[in-house]
Design a protein around this ligand. Structure first.
Ligand code: IMP
Ligand code: MG
Length: 183
């Protein structure tokens, strides 16, 4: 059997958030951020790899002249869907965020462990302000007290993929978000 053939099969037919609904909500979040940060210079920090489709769409809906984008990569759950609680920085920021108005852009807040760690980490670099924008929020799974300042959708505790979210690194490319079922 080849590696490709041995990949697990998943049923992605149960769509949770379709493409049009995603597009509309991301536009709204962009408008909200545009209003809140008028006249300011902001840095969006995307958390790799899950935030890529979201941050790409979000930044194009933020109408500010002075906007920078940076990325950080942290270790994720690997092949498991349970949080290990261990956050390791694989790629750090390129830029200095001292004194800047920073917005962390994340795909989903689940246990909150990743963002709690990153918030502390970024605060240590003395930004002017620090907020969190997350596309999805699973509040029922929270292990630490952390919340998004801008939240796209609240979702129940089931594993989802698409629009950046993966299972075993797959399905980030889906333009919609689906519940996942192993076949
Ligand atoms: P936290 O530290 O538990 O909040 O982890 C957040 C990270 O877990 C996200 O950036 C995702 O990579 C991953 N994650 C949490 N829930 C899901 C899910 O339902 N599908 C895919 N990835 C998820
Ligand atoms: Mg992730």
């Amino acid at each position: 059997m080849t590696a490709a053939q041995s990949k697990r099969k998943y049923d992605l037919s149960e769509v949770l958030i379709d493409e049009a609904t995603l597009k509309k909500r991301v536009e709204e979040l962009g408008e909200e951020i545009t209003r809140d940060y008028k006249g300011k210079s902001i840095v969006l920090i995307g958390i790799l790899k899950g935030s890529i489709p979201f941050i790409a769409d979000l930044m194009r809906n933020i109408r500010l002249d002075d906007l920078e984008v940076d990325y950080i990569s942290v270790s994720s759950y690997g092949r498991s869907t349970k949080s290990s609680g261990v956050v390791r920085i694989l790629k750090d920021l390129d830029s200095d965020i001292k004194g800047k108005d920073v917005i962390i852009v994340e795909d989903i807040i689940d246990t909150g462990l990743t963002l709690a760690y990153l918030k502390e980490y970024f605060m240590g670099r003395n930004p002017g302000s620090l907020k969190i924008c997350t596309l999805l929020d699973k509040p029922s799974r929270r292990k630490v007290d952390i919340r998004g300042d801008y939240v796209g959708f609240r979702v129940e505790d089931r594993f989802i993929v698409g629009y950046g979210l993966d299972v075993e690194q797959r399905f980030r490319n889906l333009p919609f978000i689906s519940w996942i079922k192993e076949e």
